[in-house]
Ligand binder design. Sequence first.
Ligand code: OAD
Length: 254
Amino acid sequence: MASNTTQKAIEAARHCLQQAQTVACFSGAGLSAESGIATFRDEETDALWSRYDPMELASIDGFMRNPAMVTDWYNWRRSQLHEAKPNAGHRALAEQTELRQITQNVDNLLEKAGALPEQVLHLHGIIDANHCMHCDYTETDVGHTQPLRTCPNCNNGYIRPSVVWFGESLPELIWQESYRLCENIDVLLVVGTSASVYPAASLTDVARKQGATIITINPDPDNPTTISNSHIALQGKSGDILPLLLKGLTLRSQ
Ligand code: OAD
């Protein structure tokens, strides 16, 4: 439940959204936390990167050192996502059918909540897809039981998850579209991200430099974006705050 301070900040944020012509949302792992999906860096939870080494599980070098282990780890994450249901935050965002969603999340919970696939820009890829390391072979809806395989098309490269690993480029068209959006909006809603992984995190700077108002939603008052980059900081869980914030509003991205 929102405190009095948060309630006042929500009113200010609603006013700002009502005045805005164009809005976009930039989300991270915190948006899916209330669906039971672990975040990466929270100090008070079992965040993934406090339990596992990202360089072993989220880099091409780690994959080449131990491809079977990395494949199994992604299958474990896929099995968790298979069970997960969208939460009230996803649903509140998905109801905004003209709002573009830039997300770092590799889950499809926004889409499961009803967002149209073309509304959602997956900056870090999609965990439910695979591709070949060497040729242009791709797979979707991959499930969570396929062991490590070589490509059935070229018989040469390993099949790997279609998520962006450390040291890899973001998907070019999705990045360009996200950047263009952030250059041309009045308000950027920044939901559940530590905004610590670049270049994705630079989108908040892009929007701010163009004069956009930055509204953050995060339970952690020490979250770096909240401190350094936001005009309105809403402290709390996105599943609590987003329904209150967006109720009765119609937001558009262009
Ligand atoms: P992080 O784990 O770095 O940050 C999650 C943020 O969500 C933290 O600031 C939390 O305080 C906040 N949070 C936790 N519970 C929340 C809730 N219920 N409501 C709202 N916020 C909540 O996750 P990301 O910022 O998404 O990269 O991490 C960025 C990237 O780092 C990920 O996309 C991933 C990871 O390595 C790739 O997979 C390429």
